[in-house]
Design a protein around this ligand. Structure first.
Ligand code: IMP
Ligand code: MG
Length: 188
């Protein structure tokens, strides 16, 4: 069960709110510099739900006009290991043909989700596609995924907070950490 005081369930804080925000400001500045001479606005696609916090903080650090869109793709059930299949539960609202797509994701783990989505996007003929992920766990990769903008490279640990969940909980923690083993042991 999740404690009322969620901080009690965290064994170790990996990134504080300040560290996350500082890195996101850097990513936003880099993206702004890279896209400033582009002919059209950036079409920012956030992958819900995990990327929601990162998306809203990052786009406020991109000092250029953007389009705002989201998808829901799921490769996970309520467990901490991937099932290998990707389902699109919510598609894009807009046509992306000829657009400069910036895909904003929380974490690239096995790579299954993003490998699938990149093919899905390419089939819709955008002008360009770049990927920005807050976290990458390269030691877990089963398929290669190029990340154009990566916030942090992390070890093989299951992270929660700042959008990342365990069984849909802990997304609203403002920092990122790992759970105490007792939280998994007491899972329903
Ligand atoms: P992949 O398809 O294995 O790369 O997994 C991608 C998705 O799995 C991410 O978008 C997350 O939603 C979820 N995920 C992977 N690692 C973690 C983690 O450490 N904590 C929480 N969610 C994770
Ligand atoms: Mg995700």
């Amino acid at each position: 069960m999740v404690s009322k005081d969620m901080d009690q369930d965290i064994e170790k804080v990996f990134y504080t709110e300040e560290q996350l925000q500082a890195r996101i400001a850097e990513l936003g500045a880099q993206i702004t510099a890279d896209y400033k001479d582009f002919d059209e606005e950036i079409f920012c696609v956030g992958i819900l739900k995990g990327a929601v916090m990162f998306y809203t903080d990052l786009v406020r650090q991109i000092k250029l006009p953007i389009n705002f869109d989201f998808m829901i793709a799921s490769s996970y059930g309520n467990s901490t290991s991937t099932s290998g299949t990707v389902k699109i539960l919510k598609d894009l609202d807009y046509d992306i043909e000829g657009k400069h797509l910036l895909v904003i994701e929380d974490i690239i783990d096995s790579g299954t989700t993003m490998h699938y989505l990149k093919k899905y996007f390419a089939a819709r003929k955008p002008k360009s596609v770049k990927l920005c992920s807050l976290f990458s766990k390269p030691s877990r990769r089963t398929v290669d995924v190029d990340i154009d903008y990566c916030g942090f490279t992390v070890p093989d640990e299951f992270l929660v907070g700042y959008g990342l969940d365990y069984a849909e909980k802990y997304r609203n923690l403002p920092y990122v950490g790992v759970l105490k083993p007792s939280v998994y042991q007491n899972a329903d």
